[in-house]
Design a protein around this ligand. Structure first.
Ligand SMILES: *Cc1c(COP(=O)(O)O)cnc(C)c1O
Ligand SMILES: [Zn+2]
Length: 466
């Protein structure tokens, strides 16, 4: 066994608590079928005395492990010995103070920060998790890795496979849902791409069956090692804030892996004596894919010590089934109706005093335009965080002086179709891409001006508009 002996896997349900070896790849509890955590034996854990100590690693960034924005924090996710770590330089991301966007959200200057995860090698936060999953896959000697994806997990998997040459990537996508930017990555990086008739929720079910049958390593966020890597997004936020805990973290919710990872990160930091209190967490659903909002805010589902009201959950899904309801939003990365990490997300909200909100595609695209105009481009799903923060501010849940961090999960160029349609002068393009989604207007459109090929006309137009 090559794994660190302080690490193991443990069922998240406290009254079950079954454990299994760190090298297991089933990613479901052997006793009750529930989700698993990566857990650490406190007695053998060597966490730093203060988070500040980790900063010293940056000075030694010629070491790829210290250069990585994930593995710089390896003491806080010690499931693999350093020589087994697989990194492609992920996690070089920034926390940017965004005063213009703060004005839009309704916060005072200096109170809103955008954590830009679009800077990762494959252009989304998924690389934080993929490097950890890959490290685990190498630990167990996997040869093939698979995922179902709305696009970014598959792009990340494809990049890691092609960059390391260690595994073959097999990706499952639904028909017609994936954006061209993301599909382009999967194809270009040589992933075996399986497009099934159905949506993400269908693809997710199938990939789990196929992975089990063929013994293929699964890299969806049901894989607890992925979430270990995604904890580091929060470590970098704290690092950028000079280790001060903000008041709120706002994150878009799809499969709910990120919020689960963030909750675990803060819970552990408190437990290990490295911070005193966690920030509050806000998860933002798209209105067209709002299972978490419906279950948590409308029907009152809670973590309840790990004893979930399964009747309530089953009833909700039965209703979706009866209505033949399918997730539908322009924010394709969160177009998910059956989030696999629901129990972990409930636990995270319990531990951090969380809330869930939903925002319309109109609100998402308007917020996205404000984010772009403010300096950082993001894809539609990411802007849900900013739209959600604005809503929470209007409700008075956030106050003007709260320090708020919105996670920009993916890069602007992932989905240029939505952006171009929003800013388009051509009503037909707008209607085709956005109108049918219930988006009525491009509130902050920056439209190209049409000028004839004539020097005087061009100069006149520029003087008029600039
Ligand atoms: C995957 C993804 C999400 C959703 O994250 P979860 O952890 O599944 O909730 C949001 N935004 C982007 C850009 C993504 O790629
Ligand atoms: Zn269990």
């Amino acid at each position: 066994m090559v794994a660190m002996d302080a690490a193991f896997q443990r069922c998240i349900v406290p009254r079950c608590g079954a454990t299994c070896d760190v090298a297991e790849t089933a990613f479901v509890c052997p006793r009750c079928g529930g989700l698993l955590d990566v857990a650490y034996d406190a007695a053998r854990l060597r966490v730093p005395r203060a988070l500040r100590e980790i900063e010293g690693r940056w000075a030694d960034r010629a070491d790829p492990l210290n250069f990585s924005g994930v593995w710089r924090f390896r003491d806080l996710l010690p499931f693999a010995p350093p020589e087994h770590v697989l990194t492609i330089g992920e996690g070089q991301t920034i926390l940017q103070r965004a005063d213009a966007v703060a004005g839009y959200v309704g916060l005072h200057p200096g109170r809103l920060f955008l954590q830009y995860e679009g800077l990762n090698p494959s252009g989304s936060f998924k690389d934080n998790g993929m490097t950890a999953a890959f490290t685990h896959a190498r630990l167990v000697g996997a040869r093939r890795a698979a995922c179902a994806s709305t696009g970014n997990t598959s792009a990340s998997l494809a990049v890691f496979c092609s960059a390391t040459g260690l595994m073959r990537a097999i990706i499952f996508i639904g028909s017609g849902k994936i954006s061209y930017g993301k599909l382009a990555q999967a194809l270009d990086h040589g992933a075996l791409t399986v497009q099934i008739t159905g949506d993400f929720d269908d693809a997710m079910l199938r990939v789990q069956q196929v992975a089990r049958r063929l013994g293929i390593y699964l890299v969806n966020s049901i894989n607890p090692f992925r979430l270990e890597g995604q904890k580091t997004i929060m470590f970098r936020v704290l690092e950028a804030l000079r280790w001060e805990v903000p008041d709120w973290i706002v994150v878009p919710g799809g499969n709910l892996g990120n919020v689960s990872a963030f909750g675990k990160a803060f819970h552990e930091l408190v437990e290990w004596g490295l911070i005193r209190r966690p920030p509050r967490l806000a998860v933002i659903n798209a209105a067209g894919a709002d299972t978490f909002y419906q279950l948590y805010e409308v029907r009152g589902l809670r973590w309840n010590g790990g004893v979930l009201d399964q009747t309530l959950i089953d009833g909700y899904y039965a209703e979706l089934e009866a209505r033949n309801a399918r997730a539908a939003t322009i924010a394709s990365a969160i177009e998910i109706n059956r989030p696999v990490n629901l129990p972990k997300a409930l636990r995270a909200l319990e531990q951090c005093g969380g809330v869930v909100r939903e925002v319309t595609d109109q609100e998402i695209l308007d917020a996205k335009a404000k984010v772009g105009a403010g300096g950082l481009g993001c894809e539609p799903a990411s802007a849900a965080s900013v739209a959600g923060a604005r809503k929470l501010r209007q409700e008075g849940v956030l106050s003007v002086d709260d320090r708020v961090v919105c996670i920009l999960t993916g890069h602007q160029l992932k989905d240029p179709t939505a952006t171009v349609a929003y800013h388009s002068t051509d009503q037909r393009t707008f209607d085709e891409v956005l109108g049918q989604r219930g988006v009525k207007r491009a509130t902050f459109a920056n439209r190209a001006i049409q000028v004839s090929n004539d020097l005087d006309e061009i100069i006149k137009a520029i003087e008029l508009y600039s």
